[in-house]
Design a protein around this ligand. Structure first.
Ligand SMILES: Cc1cc2nc3c(=O)[nH]c(=O)nc-3n(C[C@H](O)[C@H](O)[C@H](O)COP(=O)(O)OP(=O)(O)OC[C@H]3O[C@@H](n4cnc5c(N)ncnc54)[C@H](O)[C@@H]3O)c2cc1C
Length: 393
C-alpha cells in the first residue's frame, strides 16, 4: 500500500471501530446512524474521492475499495449507504471536463460536505439501470419530473438527490439523463418504507417525485438507452468494485469474529478450544481462500481499469467489473455461511454480531447486476453473443 493508502485505510479502520459500537443497536431499532454520517463528514470521508483543490482527499478507485473494505467491517449498513454517495462521485470525478457546474458541484461536496444519493432504482424497473419509468418532460428552461424511486439509502441526510429519468421526447429513440435535485424542492417527498432483512440502518426509503421542476442546467448530458458507452462502464466500475469491497468487508468481519470465537470456546469434553478441530480448520481455510480470490479479482481488475480504461469497452468491458462483483458478493455469502457453520448455534444469538453479518451479507447479490443478469452478460460475452441479439434466448 502507498503512504496515502495507509493513512486513508487507518482512518477508515478507526471509523469502523467506532461505528461497530452502535451497529447492533441501529440494526435492531431499524434506525439511521446520523452520528456516523456526521463523523464521515467531519473527517472528510464523504469527500474521499473529491480532488484536494475542492477540499477533498483526492482518493482514487483503489483507495476507495480499500477504505470501503475497512469501513464495512465496523458497520456494513453505514458502508453501503455512504457507498451510494461515493460511487457516483468517483465516476463523475473520473469523467470531469472542468465545466463551471462541475467545479461548483465538487466544491459543494468537498468543502460543503454535502451528501448526494438516491434516485436510480424504481419499483417498475428494479435493478435495470437503463430505461427508467420516471419521466422528465421539457418545459421551457425546466424539466418536469414524475415517478417514484425505491431503495434511497442515506435518505435522512441527502442534500442532492441524483434522479435518473427517461426523457419524454415523443417518438424519438429513448434517452435517459441524471438530474441533481436539492432536498426541499417542491414535489419531492420521502416515504418511510424501509424495514428489511439486512442492511437495516441504511434508511433506504422511497422517494416520490410529483411534478418536480428542475432547471435544464441541472441535467447531465442525455444518453441513448441500450448501448454500453464509456459512461456506463465508468459508473458500473465504481459501483461494482466498491460493492464487492463492502460485502467482502462484512465477510472479513465475520471471519475475524469466528477466529476469535473458535479460539476461546472450549466445550468441557474437549482439551482445547474448537479451533483445534479439523472441521473448524477446513471451514476457515475455505473462507480464507474465497476471500483471497475475491480480493485478487476485484483489486486486480480495478487496477487494470485504472491503468488502461480504453481496454474496457462494450459488453465484454462491462463484464469484467460485473464478474468481480458477482464473484465477491457470492463468495461473501459463502464465507459467512462457513463462519456460521464453524461457530455453531452461537452465530444465531442476537447478543453476537454474527447473525447481523449473516443477514447483511445477503444484500450483495441484489445490487445490479443481479446474479441472473451477471451470468447472462458474462456468458453471452464469452460466447460472442450481443445482449441486443433477438430472440434473447
Ligand atoms: C441495502 C441496499 C441499498 C440500496 N441502496 C440504493 C440506493 O441508494 N439507490 C438506488 O437507486 N438503489 C439502491 N439499492 C437498490 C439496488 O441497488 C437494486 O437496484 C435493487 O436491489 C434491485 O432490486 P431487485 O432485486 O428487486 O431487482 P429486480 O430488477 O426487480 O430483480 C428481481 C429479480 O428478477 C430478476 N430480473 C429482473 N429483470 C430481469 C431481466 N431483464 N433479466 C434477468 N433477470 C431479471 C433479477 O435477477 C432478480 O432475481 C439498494 C439495495 C439494497 C439491497
Amino acid at each position: 500500500m502507498s503512504q496515502k493508502q495507509l493513512q486513508l485505510t487507518a482512518l477508515a479502520a478507526e471509523l469502523a471501530a467506532d461505528f461497530a459500537e452502535r451497529a447492533g443497536d441501529h440494526d435492531r431499532d431499524n434506525s439511521f446512524p446520523s452520528e456516523n454520517i456526521d463523523r464521515l463528514k467531519e473527517t472528510g470521508y464523504t469527500a474521499l474521492l473529491i480532488p484536494e483543490e475542492y477540499g477533498g482527499m483526492g482518493g482514487d478507485l483503489e483507495d476507495f475499495i480499500l477504505c470501503q473494505e475497512q469501513l464495512a467491517q465496523g458497520c456494513g449498513a453505514t458502508a453501503i449507504a455512504i457507498n451510494m454517495h461515493l460511487f457516483g462521485l468517483g465516476a463523475m470525478v473520473e469523467r470531469a471536463s472542468g465545466t463551471p457546474q462541475e467545479r461548483l458541484f465538487f466544491e459543494a461536496i468537498g468543502r460543503g460536505r454535502q451528501i448526494m444519493g438516491g434516485g436510480i432504482s424504481e419499483p417498475e424497473t428494479g435493478g435495470d439501470w437503463g430505461l427508467f419509468a420516471t419521466k422528465a418532460r421539457r418545459d421551457g428552461e425546466f424539466y418536469v419530473l414524475n415517478g417514484r424511486k425505491t431503495f434511497t439509502s442515506l435518505s435522512p441526510v441527502i442534500d442532492l438527490f441524483m434522479v435518473m429519468a427517461t426523457l419524454d421526447e415523443g417518438g424519438k429513440e429513448p434517452r435517459s439523463a441524471t438530474f441533481l435535485i436539492p432536498r426541499g424542492t417542491p414535489g419531492l417527498e420521502l416515504i418511510e418504507t424501509w424495514n428489511s432483512l439486512g442492511m437495516r440502518a441504511t434508511a433506504s426509503h422511497d422517494l416520490s417525485i410529483k411534478d418536480v421542476r428542475v432547471p435544464a442546467i441541472a441535467m447531465s448530458e442525455p444518453r441513448a438507452v441500450g448501448p454500453i458507452d464509456e459512461q456506463a462502464i465508468s459508473l458500473f466500475s465504481w459501483f461494482s468494485y466498491s460493492v464487492a469491497a463492502v460485502y467482502t468487508g462484512v465477510a472479513i468481519a465475520a471471519l475475524k469474529w469466528t477466529r476469535e470465537f473458535t479460539g476461546r470456546f472450549k466445550p468441557v469434553n474437549l482439551p482445547r478450544p474448537i479451533k483445534h478441530l479439523p472441521g473448524i480448520q477446513f471451514a476457515i481455510a475455505e473462507a480464507e481462500a474465497l476471500l483471497a480470490q475475491s480480493r485478487a479479482l476485484y483489486l486486480g481488475t480495478a487496477r487494470q481499469y485504472m491503468a488502461d480504461r480504453a481496454a474496457f469497452r462494450g459488453e465484454s468491458g462491462l463484464a469484467r467489473p460485473v464478474m468481480a462483483k458477482y464473484v465477491a458478493t457470492n463468495n461473501a455469502i459463502r464465507v459467512v455461511d462457513l463462519c456460521m457453520e464453524a461457530v455453531g448455534a452461537h452465530g444465531m444469538l442476537k447478543k453476537f454480531p454474527m447473525e447481523r453479518y449473516y443477514r447483511d451479507v445477503r444484500a450483495g447479490v441484489n445490487h445490479p447486476l443481479s446474479n441472473a443478469r451477471a451470468r447472462e452478460l458474462i456468458g453471452k460475452s464469452a460466447l460472442g453473443i450481443s445482449l441486443a441479439e433477438q430472440p434473447r434466448w
